[in-house]
Design a protein around this ligand. Structure first.
Ligand code: ADP
Ligand code: MG
Length: 362
């Protein structure tokens, strides 16, 4: 994007070292301890015993389907919703009962919540009332420069694109240099291309300013691309926390295996680190015993034509960089992702081979 300041230009080597960031940091900034929230007239709790730990400067994605309790969790951390039970500790201080303003935590709302009657610059200045007028102006201008909008300070929000408004909201939240910033589906109003560009800018901005972030999203790709760690939520509960790599390669349940990427679910009988399946004996990613469900990623399966096989290609999608095959083998349906090389038409009989360890699910 042409408006992106030079200091934030995307550089691959920096991202390559990002793996270091993705380790869980040692110093906790925020501790969420068994938060619970029930709404009147609702069946069951919207949030049920949610615990999370966030390190300084860390970026955590709260990921899950619509209605699973992400926003409610975020609002309790921000102080906009009061928990029935549980505590929120920020820098070792119990902030559970403080007002949002007293917490020192930034919040970017889903609809940005910019003041329509104020200029872009005045929107960013809004939280800086403690500074002198000249200091506040200098700081707001600095923040607008950081998000690449220095030249648009005089405009009103409605004269900006969705992506630009999003950056103004971010600049406003970051202007007070919060140690933590909460973002609720910040990219949902942007089109697909803008979303991909903007999410990397947001990551760079947070890393550049040193603010930690919690990002609520229902988009697994966004969470995988952006976060140091992901907390997966389902029905009000956190069901798994880990780095994107851990969550993708070692999902704990069928829900996680299918919510984050695609998965084939097989049945088998496990004996320690191996499992007997219709595809023969396979190594397991972690020990299990007895009857188990297994997750196998589509890219972990090799497919080759074999006239004598009982499995048949029943569907195919060419995607340029790879292709998806749907294969039926008796009762078992399988999804396979292959490289762009050899292409096999629908109806081809194929042999499937699983070429990696498989994941036992709970
Ligand atoms: P998410 O952000 O994951 O989509 P929410 O936290 O917004 O989910 O909502 C979780 C559940 O709580 C949903 O069933 C939702 O309908 C309910 N809920 C959220 N806010 C309220 C409210 N103010 N009053 C009643 N029910 C609510
Ligand atoms: Mg929500």
């Amino acid at each position: 994007m042409s408006e992106l300041p030079k200091t934030l230009t995307f550089r691959m080597p920096a991202e390559a070292t990002m793996m270091g960031f993705r380790q869980r940091p040692t110093k906790p900034l925020l501790e969420v301890d068994r938060l619970r929230k029930t709404f009147a007239h609702a069946e069951g709790a919207a949030v049920e015993r949610v615990s999370l730990v966030l390190g300084e400067g860390e970026l955590l994605a709260l990921l899950g389907p619509s209605g699973c309790g992400k926003t409610t969790t975020l609002r309790m951390i921000g102080g906009f919703e009061h928990p029935d039970e549980g505590r929120v500790l920020f820098e070792n201080r119990d902030i559970t009962h403080l007002t949002p303003e007293a917490r020192g935590i930034g919040f970017v709302f889903q609809d940005y919540a910019l003041f329509p009657h104020l200029s872009v610059l005045d929107n960013v200045k809004f939280g800086l009332r403690k500074l002198s007028r000249s200091e506040a102006k200098a700081r707001a201008e600095e923040m607008l420069r950081l998000v690449g909008l220095a030249h648009l300070g005089k405009r009103r929000p409605h004269q900006l694109s969705g992506g630009q408004q999003q950056r103004v909201a971010l600049a406003r939240a970051l202007a007070v240099a919060p140690k933590l910033i909460l973002l609720d589906e910040p990219f949902s109003n942007l089109d697909a291309k803008m979303r991909v560009e903007t999410r990397q800018e947001v990551r760079k901005l947070l890393k550049a300013t040193g603010s930690a972030g919690i990002l609520v999203t229902h988009d697994q790709e966004e969470a995988l691309a952006l976060a140091d760690r992901i907390a997966v939520m389902d029905h009000g509960r956190v069901v798994q926390v880990g780095t994107p790599d851990e969550i993708y390669s070692n999902p704990v349940s069928e829900f996680v295996a299918n919510f984050i990427g695609r998965s084939n679910i097989l049945r088998g009988t496990a004996d320690g680190m191996h499992v007997q399946t219709a595809f023969g004996s396979l190594p397991l990613s972690r020990a299990a015993n007895g009857a188990v469900a297994l997750s196998v990623r589509p890219e972990q399966i090799m497919l080759e034509p074999d006239q004598n096989s009982g499995a048949t290609i029943v569907g195919r999608e060419f995607r340029g960089h790879d292709q998806i095959y749907w294969v039926q083998d008796g009762d078992q349906s399988m999804v396979v992702i292959s490289g762009p090389g050899a292409q096999h038409p629908i109806g081809t009989r194929v042999k499937l081979r699983i070429c990696d360890c498989v994941v036992p699910l709970t």
